[in-house]
Write a protein that binds this ligand. Structure first.
Ligand code: ADP
Ligand code: TRP
Length: 321
């Protein structure tokens, strides 16, 4: 079974990205044929500073590799190293009804928040469809917010298959319900664009500051507290097994535990969980050429598979004449 997903290189990595997507991708290497890439073309919908995009791309690569992505076991590359994806995007655009894109929540939400929409933002799901279909992916693990884009991909693939025969595999989105949406500091979805993240690779002082900013209610220390409505609990539970969660729940319900105390514990847990990976990440970033070499090898592997699809598509479309 072939599993594919991408992550945008915009901004630093937060717990939502890690628990919503990366951890699962890294686990998939063991049991599936994993395709994982850095979606730098997608990031252009929000980043126009070239230096920032290039730096973000190398950082995203270092993040994945440090957290356990193994380029021997998986295919790991940068989206723009395969221009074939742009070629396929154009071809798919001709099978994409306007209404399908107009209905996309992610686009509509951004417009509603006052982001000035351009064609890149509107056509974003078509590029994402090309990413998925180019590699004939069976499964696409994403956060809940991206599920609709995988459904759009299926719609487009069906339209193409109806006209040209079985060209594309229909992908399934995969969402882990347990961590479907990681909440941010304010209880809303954790997201770079909401400024409510807890980031993975911060120094201790900055990390502690973020954790201390988690919004809590004014229940006094001695009184019992409700873990189900507490933002600290909702984040802390991601690091705990069932037993650990039950124990923390009992401390909430017993009273006598302040939010400051539980936030301090959460800070230490996050710090200790990611410290070994931070060291590896520093080493990787210190050798940018080494990183580029790993990515170029990944692109070669990816191209082999992409070419198989493109040969078929070029023939069916008549581009190959
Ligand atoms: P952001 O919302 O911060 O811009 P991205 O859109 O770059 O994050 O998301 C990268 C990946 O991480 C996607 O698969 C997305 O669904 C997942 N993801 C991001 N935030 C969360 C979250 N709060 N909970 C679960 N998954 C998330
Ligand atoms: N749009 C995804 C996000 O913001 C990233 C992405 C791009 C992706 N192409 C993809 C995810 C293909 C899965 C499959 O999170």
């Amino acid at each position: 079974m072939r599993v594919l997903s991408g992550i945008q290189p915009s901004g630093s990595l937060h717990l939502g990205n890690y628990f919503g997507m990366m951890r699962k991708m890294i686990e998939y290497q063991q049991e599936s044929e994993l395709f994982c890439f850095i979606a730098n073309y997608h990031a252009m919908t929000s980043v126009s500073d070239g230096k920032a995009l290039a730096k973000g791309t190398l950082e995203a690569a270092a993040n994945f590799l440090a957290l356990g992505m193994d380029p021997e076991k998986s295919t790991f590359w940068v989206q723009s190293d395969l221009p074939e994806v742009q070629e396929l995007t154009w071809i798919l655009s001709n099978f994409t009804p306007m209404g399908l894109l107009e209905r996309c929540h992610s686009y509509k939400d951004k417009v509603a928040r006052g982001i000035h929409a351009n064609h890149g933002l509107f056509a974003y799901p078509v590029l994402m469809s090309a990413d998925i279909l180019l590699f004939q992916s069976d499964k696409v693990p994403v956060g809940k917010d991206q599920k609709q884009h995988v459904e759009v991909t299926r719609d487009i693939a069906m339209k193409v298959n109806n006209v040209w025969g079985e060209v594309f595999t229909l992908p399934e989105p995969e969402i882990d319900d347990h961590v479907a949406t990681v909440p941010g500091l304010d209880g809303q979805k954790m997201s770079k664009s909401y400024g409510n993240t807890i980031d993975l690779f911060l120094d201790d002082k900055a990390l502690r500051k973020q954790v201390m900013r988690i919004v809590t209610d004014p229940t006094p220390v001695e009184e019992p507290k409700n873990p189900d409505t507490c933002n600290v609990f909702q984040i802390y539970r991601l690091f705990l097994d069932a037993e650990g969660q039950a124990a923390l729940r009992r401390r909430y319900e017993a009273g006598g535990m302040g939010y400051g105390e539980v936030k301090q514990e959460l800070f230490e847990t996050i710090r200790d969980t990611f410290a070994p990976f931070a060291e590896r990440r520093r080493e990787l970033l210190a050798d940018a050429d080494g990183l580029r070499k790993v990515l170029a090898q990944g692109a070669e592997k990816a191209r082999y598979v992409a070419n198989k699809t493109m040969r078929k598509v070029r023939k069916k479309s008549g581009i190959a004449y």
